[in-house]
Design a protein around this ligand. Structure first.
Ligand SMILES: Cc1cc2nc3c(=O)[nH]c(=O)nc-3n(C[C@H](O)[C@H](O)[C@H](O)COP(=O)(O)OP(=O)(O)OC[C@H]3O[C@@H](n4cnc5c(N)ncnc54)[C@H](O)[C@@H]3O)c2cc1C
Length: 306
């Protein structure tokens, strides 16, 4: 049964560890509880927002005035090469569970924090793979109308850190169906371990941050050329890493209060211990201004802010 709590601190539920409390808060484990939560929102004329693993959000210091619905559904099953999983399943746990069944192909996504639903919404990716390469059908519930619909891969309109769901927050992802490949369980385990080791080496793990704060932007030809010459790597889709632009703009290591543009990975804004959401937003603005002055490029936030 659904329990609505009041004044629940949100900072501990995010990897940033920042932000105020939810005026109302409910954890939903099933489709029925999600529907109940939405009915409560309509009946009480409140706003609502979805929180899952909390690894790509910045919660304001003032908290959230309406109902925060935390997706905590956690059931998955395998049939042949197919994985059917609730949106709230932890991505790494699913990758590990699949590997034990001899199913995989998606090991390079290992170590991306958060849930399957969060990964689908932002088309999470790493080391050349994205969740779109594996998710063939997404089931979602429309918070306004109560309609439940299945979206095929094309209808999800996946692209770099983007999906249909990102711009249609009324659709809440409830389940995802993925096609995996047969793989030797020992090979899969090694690939998972190697990926996580590589992420640790690159300081991509276990930091108080929301991952990459900005998306890698599409930039003018001369900026692509500068990046390719300097780094000796090909840009994809005319995008260059936001971290490189930030470093070139002199903002690596920049701070506002307790927020810092990471020295190891300048596109991570990290909470060095006592950062407020205000610190993060001010630093993000300073970074945007510096990058715009240097390159004429506008950075866009990847992290959701509420
Ligand atoms: C240390 C670190 C490393 C990271 N590395 C990577 C990386 O390599 N690649 C990458 O792509 N990302 C990376 N991220 C970002 C983050 O892990 C991903 O964006 C992740 O997929 C977010 O999932 P989540 O469950 O935590 O979503 P949350 O942070 O809880 O939510 C993010 C957004 O998605 C929405 N949302 C969540 N669940 C649903 C749902 N079921 N239906 C509809 N909307 C939903 C929320 O409302 C919010 O707007 C990293 C983050 C951290 C902290």
């Amino acid at each position: 049964m659904l329990v609505i709590q009041e004044h629940v601190p949100l900072a501990p539920l995010t990897t940033f560890g920042i932000g105020g409390a939810a005026r109302y808060f409910a954890e939903v484990h099933t489709d029925e509880e999600l529907s109940e939560a939405l009915a409560w929102v309509h009946k009480n004329n409140q706003g609502s927002v979805i929180l899952a693993g909390g690894s790509n959000v910045l919660v304001m210091d003032s908290g959230y005035e309406g109902l925060v619905i935390r997706i905590a559904s956690n059931v998955h099953s395998f049939a042949g090469n197919e994985l059917a999983a609730d949106a709230g399943c932890n991505l790494l746990s699913l990758i590990r569970a699949a590997s034990e069944k001899g199913l995989g192909g998606w090991e390079s996504l290992a170590g991306i924090p958060g849930t399957l639903g969060g990964a689908v919404r932002g088309n999470a990716g790493a080391f050349g793979s994205e969740i779109k390469d594996f998710a063939h059908t997404i089931r979602a519930l429309n918070a306004d109308t109560g309609e439940v619909r299945e979206f095929n891969n094309a209808e999800c309109a996946f692209s770099y850190r983007h999906s249909f769901f990102k711009h249609h927050p009324e659709w809440i992802i409830t389940h995802a169906f993925l096609q995996l490949e047969k793989i030797d369980p020992m090979d899969a385990k090694k690939k998972i371990d190697d990926t996580i080791a590589e992420r640790e080496k690159r300081h991509l793990q276990n930091v108080m941050a929301a991952g990459s704060f900005f998306m890698n932007p599409i930039v003018p030809e001369h900026v692509v050329a500068q990046f390719e010459t300097e780094k000796n790597v090909k840009s994809r889709e005319h995008r260059v890493p936001a971290g490189w632009l930030i470093e070139k703009s002199g903002m690596k290591g920049a701070t506002v209060g307790g927020a810092m543009a990471s020295m190891q990975h300048p596109n991570y804004i990290v909470n060095t211990g006592n950062a407020t959401a205000d610190d993060v937003r001010k630093l993000a603005m300073d970074i945007k201004v510096a990058v715009h002055q240097q390159f004429g490029v506008t950075l866009t936030e990847e992290a959701a802010i509420f």
